[in-house]
Design a protein around this ligand. Structure first.
Ligand SMILES: Cc1cc2nc3c(=O)[nH]c(=O)nc-3n(C[C@H](O)[C@H](O)[C@H](O)COP(=O)(O)OP(=O)(O)OC[C@H]3O[C@@H](n4cnc5c(N)ncnc54)[C@H](O)[C@@H]3O)c2cc1C
Ligand code: FES
Ligand code: FES
Length: 483
């Protein structure tokens, strides 16, 4: 049975199909049509909602794309929709500001923008007196598309809402009481949802996950759902057995080097992009900046590092970075725990070494020492919310002007994310000079034979990768990081 709080009202149902998305349930079953469907693929933001979770600091909210999120994701959580946060005569500041600045024309995108703005307001304005920065507004709205108003009045609304009288949406969610939930009391061997031969399980510990994998080794694992959700909404797949892996605290941990994990940084497979952005900001700033370019705020709130790796897409953004960092994967499951270097993980297009009954537990990387650097570049047609044509990640170790180790890895250049073996060999043991990089760039087409597709031609991909290698040299030289 699913139990959730919608705009301050608790709802329970044992009649929800495990494959049913939040958007579908709200619009079709509850006739809650203030949430809109645009693309049903996580791209346009029309379906954006605020999802609240009880934490030690009270209810904390984040935005999600409800079109690709399963109803299981609201279980024991607090959902807010546009009509829930304000009514005529008693509007939320985001709604009032949108009216005042004429931020809506046809109105189709407006509910989604309102929710992204209200979430920003809730997290950044409630207790702050400082004005929102352009960067904060830009990041919050990066997953919302408007095809008729234009963005200027909408951004004006986001700036203006901070000056309106305070509204705290936690009061709305808590209207009919907050209900304590004890995961330890949940019977996770029983399906949380079961209907028409489909069932969904929600483990809260790794031990429970392993027990479920033993019983259902062929179950589909569902983390953030930002890849697998599209199988439901675009390909109309219906999974018989789903195991949600996004409520297991062990898998959502980031442990710094020295924190029980020896000298490596330990990133749980369930860490979301948003969480990783914060966790890696100091130790791997170039990686954190790249994470900021993945999808939109909504996608980064949902999508996980583990999903990005396990999905085995040739155009996933983090696998090339983890390859450049020589990451090790921890895989666990019914056969026991094993470690696999990421470079040995991919077998071919969308194929990995993982067996039925196994799951990805964590990714381990070593912190950068003196003379070591990581450079990442994402080449895509749009800055926000776009898939890479080429993803470039370069690790270098330069000691006394000599490159002692080089690992370039790229996405979008082969059937899997791939290390550039010949280019790396051409860099290693050579002086850190433009001549070395120019000579190495000539090896790139021996490493990669990319395809032409809607994102870029094969020639463009090769040329841009060569250029990025030169760019990396120039930037590192200027920073003096690898001198
Ligand atoms: C609008 C949009 C924009 C996007 N933009 C980007 C982008 O810019 N860059 C990018 O790289 N990706 C992007 N993606 C793709 C997606 O967000 C990422 O690949 C994300 O990391 C997937 O993680 P998830 O947790 O949502 O995985 P899910 O969708 O839950 O799962 C993906 C696959 O991994 C498996 N899986 C998940 N967790 C585990 C685990 N712990 N162990 C074993 N198997 C597991 C699932 O069974 C499934 O097969 C975008 C997607 C959308 C919809
Ligand atoms: S409907 Fe477009 S993102 Fe959900
Ligand atoms: S107001 Fe029409 S799409 Fe934004």
């Amino acid at each position: 049975m699913i139990r959730f709080n919608l705009n301050g009202r608790w709802i329970e149902s044992s009649e929800i199909d495990p494959n049913c998305t939040i958007l579908k349930y709200l619009r079709t079953n509850l006739k809650q049509v203030d949430v809109k469907e645009g693309c049903a693929a996580g791209d346009c933001g029309a379906c954006t909602l605020m999802l609240g979770e009880m934490t030690e600091h009270g209810i904390e909210y984040r935005t999600i794309n409800s079109c690709i999120a399963l109803m299981a994701q609201v279980h024991n959580r607090y959902l807010l929709t546009p009509s829930g946060i304000g009514r005529p005569g008693n509007l939320h500041p985001a709604q009032q500001a949108m009216i005042d600045t004429h931020g809506s024309q046809c109105g189709f995108c407006t509910p989604g923008f309102i929710m992204s703005m209200a979430n920003l307001y809730q997290n950044a304005c409630i207790n702050e007196t400082q004005a929102l920065t352009d960067a904060e507004i830009h990041a919050a709205l990066s997953g919302n598309l408007c095809r008729c108003t234009g963005y200027r009045p909408i951004i004006d609304a986001a700036k203006q809402m901070a000056e309106l009288p305070r509204v705290d949406v936690r009061d709305i969610s808590a209207r009919s009481g907050v209900q304590a939930f004890d995961p330890a009391a949940a019977d996770t061997a029983e399906a949380l949802q079961e209907k028409d031969g489909h069932r969904l399980f929600m483990p809260y510990t790794e031990a429970q996950l392993q027990a479920l994998l033993k019983a259902y080794p062929d179950a589909r694992l569902w983390a953030g759902g930002t890849d697998i959700g599209l199988e439901v909404t675009q390909r109309f797949s219906q999974f018989d057995t789903i195991i949600c892996v996004n409520r297991i605290p062990e898998l959502a941990q980031c442990l710094a080097a020295g924190q029980d994990m020896g000298d490596q940084l330990w990133l749980g497979a369930g860490v979301t992009f948003s969480q990783a952005e914060t966790a890696l900001a100091d130790s791997f700033p170039s990686f954190a900046q790249l994470l900021h370019r993945i999808g939109s705020r909504q996608i980064r709130n949902m999508g996980t590092l583990g999903g990005n790796i396990a999905n085995a897409s040739p155009i996933g953004d983090t696998p090339p970075v983890f390859l450049a960092l020589a990451a090790t994967l921890e895989i666990d499951g019914i056969q026991g725990r094993r470690e696999v270097p990421l470079k040995d993980f991919y077998l071919g297009y969308k194929q990995t070494v993982m067996q039925p009954g196994e799951y990805l537990r964590a990714i381990r990387i070593s912190p950068l020492g003196a003379g070591e650097s990581l450079t990442t570049y994402k080449i895509s047609k749009r800055y926000d919310d776009d898939i890479s044509a080429v993803m470039f990640a370069l690790y270098l170790n330069v000691q006394d002007g000599l490159i002692t180790e080089a690992r370039l890895a790229c996405g979008g250049m082969a059937a899997t994310p791939l290390l550039a073996a010949k280019t790396n060999a051409a860099l290693t043991g050579k002086p850190f000079t433009l001549e070395t990089f120019t000579a190495a760039a000539a090896c790139i087409e021996q490493d990669y034979q990319p395809l032409s597709d809607v994102r870029a031609s094969d020639r463009y991909r090769l040329q841009v990768t060569r250029n990025l290698l030169t760019k990396a040299f120039i930037e590192l030289s200027q920073k003096g990081e690898a001198a």
